[in-house]
Design a protein around this ligand. Structure first.
Ligand code: ATP
Ligand code: MG
Ligand code: FE
Length: 338
């Protein structure tokens, strides 16, 4: 059973071919990072145009690398939200046209569900239930994954997403875009206890997060050092900021897993690539007898293979779209507008 998957929600144009949901035959990713770098972030209109230029090419490459033709494809999966509306529409329109022309089923996929499913590709034995900590550029969720496609959101960020906080702090330090990987690298050579940044836990029973206070604290620190003409040790700022983020994430993830009696924690989303988060969560989970799983770096950030895996399980659950499928920029996890 072959899936052709398309992802264009943000600044990666990607197409993939999967066999039986979990076996990736190809996963072509065309990143626009270099295009958006000079603006310090993703410019929506530019992203849409780049998707239009690249989408046919990545689909052709994905088919070629998988060694299949369009006739072999059994269904098409595509991200229809959340994301930038113009960017999403490129993938959705392409997928609709192809599903119509080939007369095969169309399956709309939630991008965040895709991030979770990256783990099914990476870990062939992984099955629900488990606790998933989703940390991406636009989302931060603690989710009880009860079954394929069945999610109970235990907590979410009330302001900035973790990836967003990394990117904004990096931008304030003049480090470039995207900031997450740069901060990760700098933090390795810094002292995490050099600067005391706040850890925000909110109400004792809450699994929600808040990172905007931490972000402001870092910006205030940078401004005050600059005003006083004092040195800013980038490595120490990066390490101290990252430690403040990681401590709260790890604490809440372990607490939620214990509360729900889950022996596996799964990381998902771009920030799942963060080495500090992986190390600390692995160490703390081990103390509690909890397993930690995460995707390899390539599957953490946006790619179509994860969308294909989610499309496969949606299809198996009977969640199939029609040709009225539209892009939904603010689609919520667990919400279906097929
Ligand atoms: P969403 O998935 O919420 O729609 P997105 O698709 O833009 O948002 P992802 O592609 O999942 O986000 O992840 C990109 C984010 O991951 C960026 O904010 C980036 O800085 C961050 N990121 C990538 N690698 C690392 C890392 N090693 N450490 C910290 N953050 C990282
Ligand atoms: Mg991206
Ligand atoms: Fe993403």
């Amino acid at each position: 059973f072959l899936t052709l998957a398309i992802e264009s929600s943000c600044d990666e144009t990607s197409a993939a071919v999967l066999k039986n949901g979990r076996q990736v035959l190809s996963n072509i990713i065309s990143s626009q990072i270099d295009v958006h770098k000079k603006f310090g972030g993703v410019v929506p209109e530019v992203a849409s145009r780049k998707h239009v230029e690249n989408i046919d090419i990545v689909i052709e490459k994905a088919l070629e690398e998988a060694g299949v033709t369009l006739k072999d494809i059994d269904h098409i999966g595509v991200t229809y939200g959340p994301g930038l509306v113009g960017a999403l529409l490129v993938g959705v329109s392409t997928a609709k046209a192809m599903a119509y022309a080939l007369n095969i089923p169309l399956v709309g996929v939630n991008h965040i569900e895709g991030h979770i499913c990256a783990n099914y590709i990476e870990h062939k034995e992984l099955e629900p239930p488990f606790l998933c900590l989703i940390v991406s550029g636009g989302h931060t969720h603690l989710v009880h994954v009860k079954n394929y496609g069945n999610y109970d959101i235990l907590g979410r960020t009330r302001d900035d997403a973790v990836g967003e906080a990394f990117d904004k702090v990096a931008r304030a330090m003049g480090l470039g875009y995207p900031g997450g990987p740069i901060i990760d690298r700098l933090a390795k050579n810094g002292d995490a206890e050099a600067i005391e940044f706040p850890r925000v836990y909110l109400e004792p029973e809450s699994f929600d997060f808040s990172f905007s206070g931490l972000k402001s604290a870092v910006l205030n620190y940078l401004n005050s050092q600059r005003q006083k003409g004092l040195e800013i040790k980038e490595e120490d700022v990066a390490a101290s900021f990252q430690a403040a983020v990681v401590e709260v994430l790890v604490h809440k993830a372990i607490k939620a897993a214990k509360l729900k009696n889950l022996n596996t924690i799964v990381l998902a989303g771009g920030v799942a690539a963060n080495s500090g988060l992986r190390e600390s969560l692995y160490k703390e989970a081990k103390k509690e007898g909890i397993y930690l799983k995460h995707p390899s770096i390539k599957l953490c950030t946006d790619n179509a293979a994860m969308i294909g895996c989610a499309a496969y399980y949606n299809y198996m659950n009977g969640f199939i779209s029609d040709l009225y499928l539209n892009a939904i920029p603010n689609l919520k996890l667990g919400e279906r507008k097929l």
